[in-house]
Design a protein around this ligand. Structure first.
Ligand code: FAD
Ligand code: N01
Length: 540
């Protein structure tokens, strides 16, 4: 769109794509800082992840004491979570409550997809086109479009031929789905599958689960928030939040310091049982022994204990073995918190199909055909995941930066960013929890607040100093890529095929996308960039 488009456009200082946790907080900060801003979202209301993922059993897996905004103590005391892991409807209500409390909806254009974004060199502004209403002309363009918001296509032949009902967990119908009495298939056993399968099994006449790769899972032990966690928060809320911000994961739990070989087998088992009883992802990933995350032998000890638990629950040995992960170290792929997941496979109406032994050939008019059998079905649920971290960003196509370069082309061999926040050649474009930031390796709310604060503080400082454009240098971006690669070598993530590395999307360039150096160290680096005069950026 040319100059005429810009004249007709809605004029704002800042355009934000997305109205989830990130978009809402950005609007609050931008408004308080005196910038005009608009947020645009394809959805018809706020919530992002929690607007779209309405499948049965959908909940958070970071405790609600931690998976909450922390920027306003009054907001914290105005909202009370009913559970340790809140359901999707409760989290959506929370985000609606936040939108109402700060009167955010008046600055959000719902039902509006951003289609393209073009940097106008002469005007030093971005022009965004949309599928609904005016384009937007803005000085600054922020993608708060989510890491897990672009569902992955199913990549199975014949989906269009199926005569029954098809649902995606990440696009679940708002008025629910009637499953009673039906023959249902779930394809996928990541977190969405692990949460939804027990609930679907309770409703369906028959449930067939099609599993390609089993994940590590352990019990959520949901219920009221644990008294010790609540007490730690209530004792000194500001200190608790400060510790979270400087922790590795955004949750202030002490990490194990003893190595596995310093502990007896009985001591290791005791620690494992304690972490198991806690029902906490961060505890299980960090409180067993110091070498569980970075050393294969230390990791294998933890993996074995988790495998043993599966055998103790699932009665049929063949099914138990099929559910047992053996192809990746524990934690290298995001583990799942489960409620009755393994026990569900003891139900008479549930069957597991191991796709490693009998791959799906096609979806047919009547169901799913593997290379051994056919399954007649009324409903197929795809719990097949997302084009994570980059999918929502590159779905705005093109995002055309300096000289018309498209971000999809620049990222053809993998995303390149400086700090996960900016991209060289794309002035005044920011990403919240983008590739190269800790994002999905953390409690996302802590990371989202840190990113949004850093970006808005930066815009305020630029305004104060009279600058109108900021851009990462190629040298800084290359340095960040090197640092990312170095940190990746210290983790076991490189040993697993996951959505963290793009391996779940055919043809996607491989490489670890989230920053594995930790939330606290990352914050320190971002702060140092500022204190050293915006190191790695060109300002004009
Ligand atoms: P999102 O909530 O994804 O919002 C992005 C919004 O941008 C979406 O509404 C989307 O419609 C919109 N958008 C994208 N592209 C466009 C476009 N081109 N035009 C217009 N609008 C667009 N993280 C945790 O830390 N703890 C958890 O327990 C946890 N549980 C999760 C459970 C599920 C089922 C899923 C899928 C993710 C979970 N996550 C969790 C990650 C979760 O995505 C983040 O915690 C957080 O909600 C992300 O907020 P966001 O605002 O960054 O992005
Ligand atoms: O997606 P996934 P998800 N044929 O990519 C399988 C967050 N989240 O939506 O592993 C057959 O993890 C695929 O198999 P494989 C959380 O961060 C949190 O479940 O590729 N199978 C895998 O089993 C999470 O990690 C919660 O071999 C196919 C599954 O589908 C992230 O979102 C809840 C296939 C996809 O698993 C993503 O989770 C939900 C095919 N063609 C989500 N394609 C909480 O609990 C894919 N699969 C808070």
């Amino acid at each position: 769109m040319g100059a005429a488009g810009a004249q007709d456009a809605q004029q704002v200082d800042v355009a934000v794509v997305g109205a989830g946790f990130a978009g809402l907080y950005l609007l609050i900060r931008l408004r308080r800082a005196g910038f005009t801003a608009v947020a645009l979202d394809t959805a018809d209301d706020v919530g992002g992840t929690w607007y779209w993922n309405r499948y049965p059993g959908a909940r958070c897996d970071i405790q609600t004491t931690d998976y909450s905004y922390t920027f306003d103590p009054e907001l914290e005391s105005a909202w009370h979570w009913s559970e340790k892991y809140a359901t999707q409807p409760e989290i959506l209500r929370y985000l609606g409550f936040v939108a109402d409390r700060y009167d955010l909806r008046r600055d959000i254009r719902f039902g509006t997809k951003v289609l393209t974004a073009t940097w106008d060199e002469a005007a030093q502004r971005w022009l965004l086109t949309t599928d609904n209403g005016k384009p937007v002309s803005c000085r600054y363009y922020i993608m708060a479009s989510g890491c897990l918001s672009a569902p992955k296509p199913p990549e199975i032949d014949g989906v269009g031929d199926f005569k029954g009902e098809i649902y995606f967990t990440g696009r679940w119908p708002h008025d629910g789905v009637e499953l009673a009495g039906k023959r249902v298939a779930v394809i996928g056993t990541g977190s969405s599958g692990v949460q939804s399968i027990p609930k679907i099994a309770e409703q369906a006449a028959r449930l067939t689960v099609f599993q390609r790769t089993p994940n590590f899972a352990f019990p959520a032990h949901n219920g009221p928030s644990p008294a010790d966690r609540v007490a730690a928060l209530e004792k000194d809320r500001a200190d608790y939040r400060a510790q979270a911000r400087m922790s590795l994961t955004g949750v202030p739990l002490e990490r194990a310091t003893e190595f596995s070989w310093q502990l007896s087998e009985a001591e290791r088992r005791q620690r494992f049982e304690k972490a198991l009883a806690a029902g906490d992802l961060v505890a299980m990933l960090s409180q067993l022994w110091a070498d569980q995350g970075g050393d294969l032998e230390g990791n294998a000890l933890a993996s074995d204990l988790l495998r043993e638990r599966i055998r103790s629950i699932v009665k049929d040995p063949e099914t138990a073995e099929a559910l047992t992960p053996r192809d990746h170290p524990f934690g290298s792929k995001r583990p799942c918190l489960e409620t009755d997941y393994y026990a569900t496979f003891n139900r008479p109406n549930v069957t597991l199909v191991n796709l490693r032994q009998e791959p799906i050939q096609a979806i047919t008019a009547s169901g799913i055909k593997t290379d051994r059998r056919s399954f007649d079905l009324d409903v197929i649920v795809f719990a097949t995941g997302f084009d994570a971290m980059t999918g929502a960003i590159t779905s705005v196509h093109p995002i055309a930066g300096r000289g018309g370069k498209s971000i999809s082309d620049v990222w053809a061999s993998g995303p390149k960013t400086y700090l996960g926040l900016t991209v060289a050649g794309f002035p005044n474009l920011f990403m919240i929890t983008g590739p190269g930031s800790p994002s999905v390796f953390s409690n996302m709310v802590v990371s989202i607040e840190q990113h949004a604060d850093w970006v808005v503080d930066c815009l305020m400082a630029m305004r104060e100093a009279g600058f109108t454009a900021i851009e990462a240098t190629e040298a800084a971006q290359a340095g960040w890529a090197r640092h990312m690669a170095d940190c990746s070598q210290l983790t076991l993530h490189r040993l697993a095929n996951t959505w963290y590395t793009g391996a779940n999307v055919p043809g996607k360039a491989p490489g670890l996308m989230p920053y594995p150096g930790g939330v606290g160290p990352y914050r320190t680096i971002c702060d140092e960039v500022v204190s050293r005069g915006m190191l790695g950026f060109t300002l004009s």
